[in-house]
Design a protein. Structure first.
Length: 140
């Protein structure tokens, strides 16, 4: 089940290690908020707090239906282990943070992916999805 909000093309630049630590923290907070809202079944707020471009191009109703279907199958989110992260500069003040988690739910496990857009102060959800174990291994 994939409930994608959107995709973004990227341009790569190289920065020294540690430069993107704040972006990773901001993105982690967005994922924490997502899981809290998911467990509360507050899919509308997940949409409302998403990146403006994702909201402009995607349907709140389609996202809600996909997340409700995922919740019915897996239940509440219990815990997650970050297994992949990558930060890419996409504009003068924006970075794209790609994250992959091995997540445990009440009724099973799944690999969640998140695409978060950050600036110097905030982060916003741009896309969510799911990968197979094989696809997760290829990311590492």
């Amino acid at each position: 089940m994939v409930a994608a909000l959107g995709l973004l093309s990227t341009a790569c630049l190289t920065f020294k290690a540690g430069y993107f630590d704040n972006d990773k923290k901001l993105a982690g907070s967005v994922v924490d908020d997502y899981h809290r809202l998911y467990n509360d079944r507050n899919y509308e707020e997940i949409f409302n707090t998403a990146h403006p471009e994702a909201k402009r191009t995607k349907s709140k109703e389609a996202l809600g239906a996909a997340l409700a279907q995922t919740f019915d199958r897996y239940g509440k989110f219990v815990s997650g282990e970050l297994v992949f992260s990558k930060v890419t500069v996409v504009g003068a003040n924006e970075r794209q943070v790609d994250l992959a988690y091995k997540s445990k739910f009440e009724r099973g496990e799944r690999n969640e992916t998140f695409l978060i857009i950050t600036d110097d102060r905030t982060g916003a959800l741009f896309g969510i999805g799911e990968l197979s174990d094989e696809e997760i291994e290829k990311l590492k």
